[in-house]
Design a protein around this ligand. Structure first.
Ligand code: SF4
Length: 166
């Protein structure tokens, strides 16, 4: 897809379009797979999953600091209760998404931070964030594609309907 000069490109639309066209389907995301992202603060404390979790103390999980680069390795924190609990809940949340959400292949189970802020646990699925960021965008893109392909009754004025994916 070639960007048109002056056209407004929205990341969420572009991501959804490229997934639809490539027929690729997500199984997870960088945000919910452990150690794809490693977050390190100015004191050397590190965590994983969403970067924004690093600095936040919570009631449910305590803080998300797993260790410190001065004396811990990633391998050394894998067996800790804290990491095991985070990982267990993150995986359970992704599995809930996989088993309940029609949009899973376009999303991969979302971000743990959204789930935590909205539900109090990683062990959950739908959030307001994913309704707006994934589901509504996918619905708009699919409706536009269907109209551009003429597989639904056009609701707008007659004439060719441009594809939302360019
Ligand atoms: S759209 Fe929401 S409910 Fe569906 S897989 Fe993503 S995070 Fe889970």
């Amino acid at each position: 897809m070639k960007p048109e000069p002056g056209a407004l490109n929205l990341r969420e639309f572009e991501t959804t379009c490229s997934l639809i066209y490539s027929e690729a389907r997500l199984q997870d995301t960088d945000m919910n797979r452990a150690f794809v992202i490693v977050n390190v603060d100015h004191q050397g404390n590190f965590s994983t999953f969403d970067p924004e979790l690093l600095a936040v103390p919570t009631e449910e999980y305590g803080d998300f600091v797993l260790g410190n680069v001065r004396h811990d390795s990633l391998e050394s924190v894998i067996g800790t209760d804290k990491f095991q609990r985070m990982q267990r809940d993150m995986v359970a949340g992704v599995e809930l998404c996989r088993s309940s959400c029609d949009y899973f292949g376009l999303c991969g189970g979302g971000a743990g931070s959204n789930k935590y802020w909205e539900t109090g646990s990683f062990r959950s699925s739908e959030t307001q964030a994913c309704r707006y960021r994934v589901k509504t965008v996918a619905d708009v893109v699919m409706a536009g594609l269907e109209r551009s392909l003429g597989v639904t009754t056009p609701v707008a004025t007659p004439g060719a309907t441009p594809s939302p994916c360019g």
